[in-house]
Design a protein around this ligand. Structure first.
Ligand SMILES: [Zn+2]
Length: 454
């Protein structure tokens, strides 16, 4: 295969990555279309220009189809600067049940857009990372620090084949890394007449749990006065209808102050009142749709997703349960999160934590100003702001190793472009211009700005 054409064209890279169907079908299933061929293509690109990569497989059965690739672009070793990690996933979510105007795996370029599943989540972003790195390698220039590039499998499920595995079982490969750039951030968002560039500094935390109620058991013919079903259904009703308390955290404070300063005027001042806990919910209720965007950043929240209990239709069960997915604001401890639940449902329940991915602690803003400077240099209209993601990314695993991950893949989008509506949806597409903009901006950051921070 003629690989030369890819090295100076991030659009061709993104198109090729999209053409590998890497749909992540389910958490544990071995799929017909795993990430393997896509990640091996990236390896070939590095091999072909003389840069070696390591491939890591998880311990799970079938792991050979779901590799992870780590590449090191060595610096000149002249200065003691921590290496930087550019990372992302190459799996994508399913297109099932979605009506696409174009084949989601063809990589069609039409009307200035590259279409396809993964265009913005996150094969386009990989193309930006790779575009900048290939430009650097091809230039023959050595930077005063090392750059790592990591492409992982399985982000769209739980990372068991990918980042979660690497962080838990191969932490040594991250040795010395303090900062990383990953997905969701650094791209433009037109709002209230401004062109914001939210740079992700932190994200919410996920915990999943089973909550069990106990009560009097018996035959279905008796009158039951202390039933587990009644207790559980009351608890479910309360959890589904009551708000958890306002929790103001440092990263969200940075975000809201940044947005308020960017917007300015009366609207900016109103936004800042969100940070006064006694006023938060009142202001949210006045903000309409915007309130829905800020709500999850200012409260823990929980959704009940599974229900169970009982053994037979004619027996009153002694216990019944539900399972729930809770999202906690950054910096919130699990103890405080559980307290929010107990304050709503009361103390008479067993709560078993099934999973907790701690993240979002101690945000390190050291690189933020430089990241903002890079987008401003390449887009004179840019108003960068710190940003906290209500969802989660693989960055949460890196956090455990003390690595600060920023969501930073610079892209410029037209006014009518809506990243959130296109991600995971039909007709996912990325402006071709966004990929070249991203490559140039990131290259500038890597070659001119990062080393200046140390
Ligand atoms: Zn993603």
């Amino acid at each position: 295969m003629d690989l030369e054409k890819y090295y100076n064209d991030p659009v061709l890279i993104a198109q090729k990555l999209i053409q590998f169907n890497t749909t992540n079908v389910s958490e544990k299933e071995i799929k017909d279309t795993p990430e393997g061929p896509c990640i091996m293509f990236v390896k070939e690109l590095f091999d072909n220009i003389g840069v070696e990569s390591e491939i890591y497989y998880s311990d799970l059965e079938g792991a050979k189809d779901r590799p992870n690739l780590m590449t090191k672009i060595e610096g000149d070793g002249t200065r003691n600067i921590p290496p930087l990690l550019l990372y992302g996933h190459l799996d994508v979510v399913s297109t099932e049940g979605q009506e696409w105007e174009e084949d989601p795996f063809a990589g069609v370029i039409k009307d200035g857009y590259l279409w396809g599943r993964g265009a913005i989540d996150m094969k386009g972003e990989h193309a930006i990372f790779l575009g900048a790195l290939f430009k650097l390698i091809k230039s023959g220039r050595k930077l005063p620090y090392d750059i790592y590039y990591l492409a992982v499998s399985d982000e769209e499920a739980d990372g068991e084949w990918g980042m979660k595995y690497l962080v838990n079982s191969k932490p040594e490969i991250f040795e010395g890394i303090k900062y990383a750039f990953g997905e969701i951030g650094g791209f433009s968002l037109h709002m209230m007449g401004k062109k914001f560039y939210p740079i992700q500094i932190s994200e919410k935390q996920v915990t999943r749990m089973r909550i069990t109620a106990h009560g009097e058991a018996g035959h279905a013919s008796i009158k039951c006065t202390d039933s587990a079903v009644e207790k559980l259904s009351l608890a479910m009703h309360k959890l589904s209808t009551k708000n958890m308390p306002v929790r103001i955290t440092k990263p969200v404070e940075l975000m809201i102050n940044g947005l308020a300063d960017g917007i300015g005027g009366l609207k900016g001042s109103v936004l800042k009142i969100l940070l006064k806990p006694s006023m938060t919910d009142f202001i949210l209720s006045k903000l309409g749709n915007a309130g829905d965007l800020f709500y999850p950043l200012l409260h823990n929240s929980i959704n009940i997703t599974l229900l169970g209990g009982g053994t037979a239709i004619n027996i009153i069960p002694s216990s019944v349960w539900f399972e729930a997915d809770m999202r906690m604001v950054p910096e919130c401890s699990i103890e405080d999160g559980l307290q929010d639940i107990k304050d709503i449902i009361g103390p008479d329940f067993d709560i078993d934590i099934k999973m907790y991915d701690q993240s979002g602690r101690d945000v390190d803003m050291k690189l933020y100003d430089g990241l903002a400077e890079a987008v401003k240099k390449h887009d004179s209209e840019a108003v960068p702001v710190p940003f906290v993601l209500a969802a989660v990314t693989d960055g949460r695993f890196l956090q455990r190793l003390g690595i600060q991950s920023y969501g930073y893949t610079p892209m410029t989008f037209p006014k009518d472009y809506n990243f959130t509506n296109l991600s995971h949806n039909a007709n996912e597409r990325v402006p071709v211009e966004a990929l070249t903009f991203g490559t140039e901006t990131l290259y500038d950051y890597l070659t001119n700005i990062y080393q200046g921070e140390f």
